[in-house]
Ligand binder design. Structure first.
Ligand code: HEC
Length: 485
């Protein structure tokens, strides 16, 4: 039967066409590749165009495995149209870049579908896995056992040490905790009201060097402007810790101006040997206006006295247009600040854009170059500048391409960890590891990435007794590193 055969032929042809359309939609893969492997490995088999684009452009902030989207409170909508819009135009106030110059609309739709499919697979395949707590890690020189000190909220931003063995831990959402030597968690009352949006919230906590006699602590946080939380800035509160309550609270530093963006607060603090307080403030996502001008406080490291007053010998004190607390400028988003145990010098790490995270030696009056020089490029793949160096601008001691998204910074002190003495440690939010850099005077000569996949590392500190503590996120843990010999 001629008509019957024709029908069959048409049916076969449409089947082939439908299959071809499916393949094209699926970036010519027969079987959709699982782009996620579980157990915290984050390794990805997928080589599709959208998958490659996701890993190149998005994973740095949103993670390879898309877990950050799974239990996510969607701000702008989870529909195909809303996700397309988010990628194409971005939300600059939040720190979400625009990709209209990077991708065609077709590519953006493919990426949207890839993302939505990936989120669905991640959500179905595994409950959001707890960060790796206890365990043993082999590193180049040492075997390290992870000791779980405390389970604290979601983002334990900072851990600090009190004389007597208690710890203070900030949770970015706005809570401060004391972890007693017997590892009980107690909430501290009297913390400031914070803007816990985007990267903002309760940030660092730092005991006064004379805490045992004065019980003073410093808290850095994202402060709302006159109770209006659409504008915020990095501020430092000084308070007395009386039992589990803060008293006599007062702000001793408020970076100006307030900004409507919700990222790049900086917020780390450290005392130097002479008793000056250093505070890092990020450029609030406004690199064109802030880091290279001395008339405002953003994109700078500041130096103040313990009571908030300005040291007479600050570098820009005689420039009447400059903000007097500025110690150095041209910084992007500093996330680690520490004093060298021998030289006393202040070392810093900061987030670059896509590539170009840095470790810097912080010196009075210096310009660290952002955004005039950088080893990074824009998130959308376009160049920021063709310059990596300029006269009058400081070179980093070390930089990372690709970015590791550094957090926390500490020198290994004492002899608890054989072979690591004097090395500098940076956490990595993005790669979920601890970076250990060997330093010979001011040269970083070697680097090892350790404790791989332990979790998004938010802070790393060395306690007065020489033990290394880290915090990891989602869920939040304070962990202690025990060397096994
Ligand atoms: C520099 C960091 C960064 C990069 C790179 C980045 N994002 Fe985002 N993205 C954010 C932030 C911050 C938000 C704001 C929402 C939030 O806080 O989770 C966001 C929001 C989003 C949203 C909206 C979520 C919602 O709640 O409605 C989508 C969708 C999204 N990003 C997808 C992508 C994709 C796809 C890429 C890569 C092309 C990408 N992002 C690259 C930081 C980033």
């Amino acid at each position: 039967m001629a008509t019957g055969r024709k029908k069959l032929l048409w049916a076969a042809l449409s089947l082939v066409l439908v299959f071809a359309a499916y393949l094209a939609f699926n970036n010519w893969q027969l079987i959709p590749q699982p782009f996620i492997t579980y157990g915290g490995k984050g390794s990805i088999a997928d080589t599709s165009v959208a998958g490659t684009q996701y890993r190149q452009y998005c994973a740095g902030c949103h993670g390879n495995d898309m877990k950050t989207f799974v239990n996510h409170e969607w701000k702008f909508g989870k529909t195909r149209a809303a996700v397309f819009k988010a990628i194409k135009y971005g939300y600059p106030e939040t720190g979400m870049p625009a990709y209209d110059v990077t991708f065609s609309d077709k590519e953006t739709y493919n990426l949207t579908d890839y993302l939505l499919k990936g989120i669905a697979i991640t959500a179905a395949a595994a409950p959001v896995e707890a960060a790796k707590g206890p365990g043993v890690f082999q590193t180049d020189l040492l075997k390290i056992k992870i000791d779980t000190v405390a389970r604290v909220g979601n983002i334990p931003w900072c851990v600090a040490f009190l004389p007597g063995g208690d710890l203070l831990v900030t949770e970015r959402g706005g809570d401060l905790y004391k972890v007693s030597a017997d590892r009980k968690l107690q909430k501290i009352n009297g913390v400031p009201r914070v803007v816990a949006k985007g990267q903002g919230g309760l940030l660092d906590v730092l005991p006064h060097p004379g805490f045992s006699s004065n019980q003073l602590i410093y808290l850095s946080y994202s402060k709302p402007e006159n109770g209006n939380s659409s504008y915020s800035t990095t501020a430092v509160m000084l308070a007395k810790l009386d039992g589990n309550t803060l008293k006599e609270q007062r702000d001793i530093f408020v970076a100006k101006p307030y900004s409507s963006t919700q990222h790049h607060y900086g917020g780390r603090m450290v005392f130097d040997k002479s008793g000056y307080l250093f505070i890092s403030v990020g450029e609030r996502g406004n690199e064109k206006q802030n880091p290279q001008t001395l008339t405002n406080d953003l994109g700078k490291i500041h130096r103040i006295k313990e009571d908030g007053s300005i040291p007479e010998d600050n570098p820009f004190i005689s420039d009447k247009t400059a903000s007097p607390s500025i110690y150095c400028y041209g910084n992007r988003n500093p996330q680690g600040l520490t004093a060298h145990p021998v030289t006393g010098a202040i070392w810093e790490n900061e987030h670059g854009p896509m590539g170009g995270d840095e470790i810097n030696l912080i010196e009075a009056g210096k310009n660290y170059g952002w955004p005039v020089i950088t080893y990074g490029i824009n998130y959308n793949g376009t160049p920021i500048t063709d310059k990596t160096s300029m006269p009058g601008m400081e070179q980093p001691l070390h930089f990372w391409v690709p970015s590791i998204a550094p957090s926390g910074l500490a020198f290994v002190q004492g002899d608890k960890y054989k072979g690591w003495e004097g090395n500098i440690l940076s956490g990595s939010l993005k790669f979920r590891w601890l970076s250990r850099c060997k330093t010979d005077s001011n040269i970083v000569s070697a680097e090892e990435s350790m404790l791989k996949e332990i979790g998004r590392m938010r802070d790393v500190r060395v306690a007065p007794d020489g033990y290394i503590y880290i915090t990891i996120e989602d869920p939040g843990y304070v962990l202690k590193l025990l060397p096994l010999y």
